[in-house]
Design a protein around this ligand. Structure first.
Ligand SMILES: [Zn+2]
Length: 394
């Protein structure tokens, strides 16, 4: 699912690869729309008649529509945009605490969603997901084209199979297979951080969509990282690359990582580590607290909550510094509920990252995700949508 680099696009001239030209036109409309046929032809060097022909096909296929622009006297120009408001994809964001099942239109806008607590029992969670998916399919009969599933697990994305989730200790769970069996729709499954990276690539902030190499760091109960090289997710030979959450950065972390170590980055810098720090500072039990509660406390001025978040930010920054030092990406995007307190923690993160980076060499931007505190859901949508934008064939 390589995202086309519109700057480097060279138009395919052979009939056998007409699909590529369709894909180029569709992606121009997606990224630059509302845009006129003439502007697409000018920017892509495609023949005007070819553009018109492709636009007709894409319109017939319900992917794009015409809107009318501002008139400067005379007939207003016909511009093209993606056809929105019609749900096309279902996303399942299977999180460590909550699962969200929603559907979105072609632009990635959420149209409907339900959420429930994730059950540690694989079978029960799968049943709840299937029930939610089926109710959306019934409500939007005939419109849904595919289902994307994002979850904290090692995933064999080629075979759409989940290998292992350290958090839930699920081995070879048949979640994707069971959803496919009960819906007959294509089901695409991906590690949550990889899916969120894909969402940044296709639907994130412009600074990120314009870079070809970046790392998405997804902070939740654990830490996941999705690596994008040259506009494509880097998976490594076994498909399980990007587990920086388990790089060792110290000893005696405030909590354990998903596999029981107190030396891993996620044991120092995850949501759970922040809650543990707050518990220690305030003497209050955090058993009934969520990370969202901690964020709210900090926003109402609670000093212990603020201190716990800042200390956690320092460890987030140390880990980011290591990633920058080793991989020198153009950008690092941080996703998760923690982005809601970005103004409070941004300086700590940057200072800690700078402290481990050799000065004057790296110029990596560190940015909060623009996809809200639930990049997992957008990630799940992106699995379906990116596939659609990347491979249009009729
Ligand atoms: Zn670990």
């Amino acid at each position: 699912m390589r995202r086309i680099d519109l700057k480097k696009v060279s138009v395919a001239r052979s009939n056998t690869i007409r699909d590529i030209n369709r894909q180029i036109v569709l992606n121009y409309v997606r990224e630059k729309g509302p845009i006129s046929r003439a502007d697409i032809a000018k920017e892509t060097d495609l023949q005007r008649s070819t553009v018109s022909h492709i636009v007709k096909e894409l319109t017939d296929f319900n992917l794009i529509k015409e809107v009318f622009g501002e008139s400067s006297g005379g007939r207003p120009p016909a511009l093209l945009t993606l056809r929105s408001a019609r749900p096309v994809a279902i996303g399942v964001d299977l999180g460590t605490v909550k699962t969200i099942v929603g559907c979105c239109d072609l632009t990635g806008r959420i149209i409907d969603n339900v959420e429930f607590f994730t059950d540690r029992d694989e079978s029960r969670t799968t049943e709840l997901i299937i029930r939610a998916v089926q109710s959306l399919m019934k409500k939007y009969e005939g419109m849904i084209e595919g289902i994307g599933v994002s979850l904290p697990a090692l995933v064999d994305s080629e075979n759409e199979h989940i290998l292992f989730s350290p958090h839930f200790t699920w081995r070879d769970p048949l979640i994707a297979e069971r959803i496919h069996k009960s819906t007959s729709l294509p089901v695409m499954v991906e590690n949550d951080a990889n899916a969120a990276a894909l969402a940044e690539l296709w639907f994130g902030r412009l600074e990120v969509r314009d870079v070809r190499d970046f790392i998405l760091v997804f902070i939740e109960n654990g830490i996941g990282t999705g690596i994008v090289f040259d506009g494509q997710i880097y998976r490594g030979p076994n498909g399980v690359a990007g587990e920086f959450g388990h790089m060792r950065i110290g000893t005696d972390a405030p909590t354990e990582c998903a596999t029981g170590s107190r030396e891993c980055w996620e044991a120092f810098a995850s949501e759970r580590s922040a809650l543990s720090r707050f518990e220690k500072l305030s003497g209050r039990s955090v058993e009934e607290m969520t990370f969202g509660d901690l964020v709210e406390l900090s926003q109402s001025g609670d000093e212990n909550a603020i201190a716990a978040l800042k200390e956690t930010a320092r460890f987030i920054g140390l880990g980011l510094g290591n990633l920058i030092q080793g991989l020198s990406p153009e950008a690092i995007v941080v996703g998760g509920t923690i982005v809601n307190v970005w103004p409070l923690i941004a300086d700590e993160i940057q200072a800690a990252a700078d402290s481990v980076i050799c000065q004057g060499i790296h110029q990596t931007m560190i940015l909060p995700s623009s996809l809200g505190s639930q990049p997992g859901l957008f990630g799940a949508f992106s699995l379906v949508l990116a596939d659609k934008f990347a491979s249009i064939s009729f």
